[in-house]
Design a protein around this ligand. Structure first.
Ligand code: HEM
Length: 395
């Protein structure tokens, strides 16, 4: 396969279902290269890590959107993402991230351990013998956890799942008009939901993260507050559900590894890092350069170039990982780039890790005969990788 075919395959359903052979071809072609779509693709672990931290590499933010898409604020699928910290540059990013980090503290996350375990146990107890793991556990758990954290009633978990799925299509490099319309509708409804919640918490503060963020309100404009609450809710479960689904699939597909984790839940942190490396729930992120950059190997990227960083490729880079296509939780110093890096490093990484570290051993010990049945269905997404359905039996 030549590199152009490999790149093209990432934009087809089959290529998206298993992008790793294509990543191998692209990485062998170059650590970074200019593609016919006029974007620079970055394929290696070292370069991805470096560029995520380079001050001359920035996100397309609301000022850029004003220039190339003057009506972007009309599209309420796009607006919450662009107005959130995920697509904001310094100095705004520094200010907003600081306010969010001050509320989303390590202590608040650590205090969630018991909530996570209790919710996971409840879900396991009611799981049918024949179940779709995604709808009976992988989504309900992180939705329940982020709702508990934000102080959002989780009575309609299916509503949140559908709205997050519709909204996050805006992260994909290519989407249809119908998908953009669904994203718009989902964004509007999520915003309406949080407008009500913010007003309620202004009147009656509680012990939750929403109240804490509202109380620090002077640091954030109204539209920033709204966008970041939508982001926290959606980012809080969409990716974690995929980590749980892909993690369980990897384990049940490798009974010896599942047995090791069942026998020794202390291995969970290493297993979760290797799951994140092996099949990252976020496969790419985009930036652009603000000045000309020399990337080594004779590669020079001009100022103003669009960059696509293939996180999933970086995680399987043989220059960084021996035998990268092997699932091996005993690898030393795993450090995948699945949570990004630098100033935008995932704010929820400690929570996502904790959820998987608690849930996966619990599933294996409480359901010793848990097994895969039938074909797992991959989501037709390139950026947010995961399963739409994962049939299992509890035995
Ligand atoms: C940012 C991945 C779970 C909240 C990011 C980024 C990645 C990522 C790659 C950086 C994007 C970029 O640099 O362009 C993941 C994965 C998760 C996960 C793989 C689960 C396995 C969570 C959770 C939350 C969360 C549970 C919140 C409760 C955020 C926020 C940002 C972010 C707020 C933006 C940070 C910033 O721009 O400063 N995540 N995430 N994520 N994530 Fe996560």
């Amino acid at each position: 396969m030549d590199y152009q075919t490999a790149l093209g395959s990432l934009f087809s359903p089959e290529g998206r279902h298993d992008p790793y052979p294509a990543y191998d071809v692209l990485r062998a072609h170059a650590p970074a290269f200019l593609a016919p779509d006029e974007r620079w693709y970055v394929t290696t672990h070292a370069l991805t890590n470096r560029l995520l931290r380079d001050p001359a590499v920035r996100l397309a933010d609301k000022n850029d959107y004003d220039q190339f898409w003057p009506d972007w604020r009309q599209n309420r699928g796009v607006a919450p993402v662009v107005l959130s910290m995920l697509q904001t540059n310094p100095p705004d990013h520094t200010r907003v991230r600081r306010a969010a980090a001050a509320t989303f503290t390590a202590r608040r996350v650590a205090a969630m351990r018991e909530v996570i375990a209790a919710q996971a146990e409840e879900l396991i107890k009611v799981m049918p013998v024949s179940a779709d793991f995604m709808s009976s556990f992988a989504y309900p758990l992180p939705i329940g956890v982020i709702c508990a954290l934000l102080g959002v009633p989780d009575s309609d978990r299916a509503w949140f799942r559908k709205h997050a799925a519709d909204l996050t299509v805006v992260l994909e490099p290519i989407s249809t008009i119908a998908e953009m319309q669904s994203a718009d509708a989902a964004g509007r409804e999520l915003e309406d939901y949080f407008i009500g919640l913010i007003a309620e918490r202004q009147r009656h503060p509680q012990e939750d993260l929403t109240s804490a963020l509202v109380a620090s309100g002077d640091n954030l404009s109204g539209e920033e507050m709204l966008a970041n609450l939508v982001l926290l809710l959606v980012a809080g479960f969409e990716t974690t559900a995929n980590l749980l689904g892909m993690g369980l699939h990897l384990l049940l597909d490798r009974p010896a590894e599942a047995e090791r984790l069942r026998a020794d839940p202390e291995l969970a942190p290493a297993f979760v890092e290797e799951i994140l490396r092996y099949d990252s729930p976020v496969q790419l992120t985009s930036r652009f350069t603000t000045e000309q950059l020399d990337l080594g190997d004779g590669i020079s990227v001009p100022a103003g170039a669009g960059l696509t960083m293939l996180l999933g490729s970086a995680n399987r880079d043989p220059a960084r990982y021996d035998d990268p296509h092997r699932f091996d939780p005993d690898r030393p110093n795993i450090q995948p780039v699945s949570f990004g890096g630098g100033a935008h490093y995932c704010l929820g990484a400690p929570l996502a890790r904790l959820e998987a570290q608690v849930a996966l051993p619990l599933l294996l010990t409480m359901l010793p005969r848990l097994a895969l049945t039938g074909e797992a269905e991959r989501r037709d997404r390139l950026v947010l990788r995961g399963f739409s359905a994962l049939p299992v039996t509890t035995g």
